[in-house]
Design a binder for this molecule. Structure first.
Ligand SMILES: Cc1cc2nc3c(=O)[nH]c(=O)nc-3n(C[C@H](O)[C@H](O)[C@H](O)COP(=O)(O)O)c2cc1C
Length: 446
């Protein structure tokens, strides 16, 4: 290992790791700037095709779709980030399988409200249709608001959701491995299932399994079950700490830690000069957090309407209340007073307005600079073991990663740091992951 300017050891020569890159379809998140005149539809197939084809031309590992099973609400209205709706994951990915050849296709599917048989069959189908490019991002969101979409409400205690997720994957694996081996029979606390596997084993054996969830239980679940983790730990320091933690958890379960890849989400802002990139990044942050979005954000914490306060003025001088009806489908703070106290301290110390504070609170890890600087940083993070790859999250649909595809990737390719051509056909091959062996499958019991 060598030592980067930061004093952090980085891999060199034969120790260097390949870079893996994924394109996040902007969908619904805080990064997306709806108001930009260049933003296009979140729903029309053209937008999905544009991003997927561009990512494939740049030889990205995979395309990534997040998921929300119920449109979020804010003060009784659909939340401003959700107003354009959310298409169904499998339908979109199946469509993309037809217009791409090598790009992995990752969908986020919830283990709390779905059934293992359905999900196993859907991913096996996608893996067959795409010749081995399917990936499942397993999430556990279990709030009653989302559950109402399924007539289940909050049927599962928050603490039990990873237990169900673990059993869910066990059953799904039994279906993926079960073709021609008699009925899958599973009796457990969460599922009582009997039936034949619906499809022959798919090209990847199992779809690539990703996990997104940061609690200790979430990390343990990933360490035992996942091939890759999608994480928010995207700074050099927090990324390295997270990386060490989850790789150790995987090794502790007898797994090869290299078979658990770490993918922080990150944005990239590219300019001709460092100053231009920094200006552009500032401009994008202000567009991402407009005056109304800033107030909405604080209303989630205050638990009450703050309309009438000036987003460019100081923090509201009223006290928070805990009211779960203000925001439905989003994380609630258990102790809003404590959160408000830290916000006040921070804003007063630095003279920040409401909007400035919210911009700071929501600033996610990002690479900002010239194409060379962004290429250098991405490579450094990976060789410093802060990540194995990045899921890049653009602010614009669907063109927001064009500068990365056109200006950053060619630099990484010229240096031999990122593939110039796909070497394999399947996503497991792109990521250097083994196909799960059939012999490892749990034997049928009946
Ligand atoms: C980086 C990241 C991305 C996530 N993306 C989604 C998503 O698209 N849809 C979803 O329902 N939950 C998503 N989640 C939520 C997780 O599934 C999980 O419900 C939540 O993080 C709480 O789990 P934890 O307590 O283990 O962190 C995401 C979580 C993380 C950390």
């Amino acid at each position: 290992m060598g030592t980067a300017v930061t004093g952090i050891p980085v891999r060199e020569g034969a120790q260097r790791k390949p870079i893996h890159l994924a394109a996040h379809f902007p969908g619904v998140n805080h990064n997306t700037v709806w108001s930009d005149p260049a933003a296009r539809s979140q729903v029309e197939f053209d937008s999905f095709t544009y991003l997927a084809r561009a990512a494939e031309r740049a030889r990205f590992d995979f395309f990534f779709l997040a998921e929300g099973l119920r449109l979020r609400e804010h003060l009784g209205r659909i939340h401003d980030l959700d107003v354009v709706g959310r298409p169904d994951t499998f339908t979109v990915l199946a469509g993309l399988a037809a217009v791409t050849d090598r790009l992995g296709l990752a969908g986020t599917i919830n283990t709390t409200f779905n059934e293992p048989f359905d999900v196993a069959r859907q991913f096996a189908t996608l893996d067959h249709l795409s010749d081995g490019r399917a990936a499942w991002n397993m999430v556990t969101s279990s709030d009653a608001f989302t559950g109402a979409n399924f007539r289940r409400g909050g049927f599962l205690d928050h603490a039990d959701r990873y237990q169900r997720a673990d059993e869910f994957v066990t059953v799904a694996r039994e279906f993926w491995d079960g073709w021609g081996r008699g009925d899958v029979v599973h009796r457990g606390p969460g599922f009582d299932v009997r039936g034949a596997a619906p499809l022959p084993r798919s090209p990847q054996g199992h779809p690539v399994l990703l996990q997104a969830g940061d609690s200790g239980e979430g990390r343990d679940f990933a360490a035992g079950r996942a091939d890759a983790i999608f994480t928010r730990h995207g700074t050099l320091e927090s990324g390295r700490a997270f990386y060490v933690d989850v790789k150790a958890r995987a090794a502790g379960r007898g797994r090869n830690p290299e078979h658990l890849k770490v993918f922080p989400g990150a944005a990239a802002v590219v300019g001709d000069t460092p100053e231009e990139a920094a200006d552009l990044a500032r401009h994008i942050r202000r567009r991402q957090v407009g005056p109304q979005t800033a107030l909405n954000f604080l209303e989630q914490v205050w638990g009450r309407s703050l309309q009438g306060f000036d987003p460019d003025g100081p923090l509201p001088d009223v006290e928070p209340v805990f009211d779960t009806r203000v925001v439905q489908g989003r994380v609630q703070h258990a102790d809003p007073r404590a959160v408000v106290a830290t916000y006040r301290e921070r804003a007063e110390a630095r003279g920040l307005s409401i909007r400035e504070l919210v911009i700071e609170l929501n600033t996610r890890p990002q690479f900002v600079g010239t194409p060379e600087q962004v290429a250098d940083e991405i490579d450094t993070f990976i060789q410093a073991d802060a990540a194995d790859g990045f899921i890049l999250v653009p602010h614009l649909t669907p063109t927001g990663l064009d500068a990365v595809f056109d200006r950053v990737v060619p630099i990484l390719q010229e240096r031999g740091a990122f593939r110039a051509e796909y070497e394999g056909d399947t996503l497991r091959e792109h990521l250097g992951l083994p196909v799960p062996r059939l012999e490892d499958a749990a034997r049928r019991t009946g």
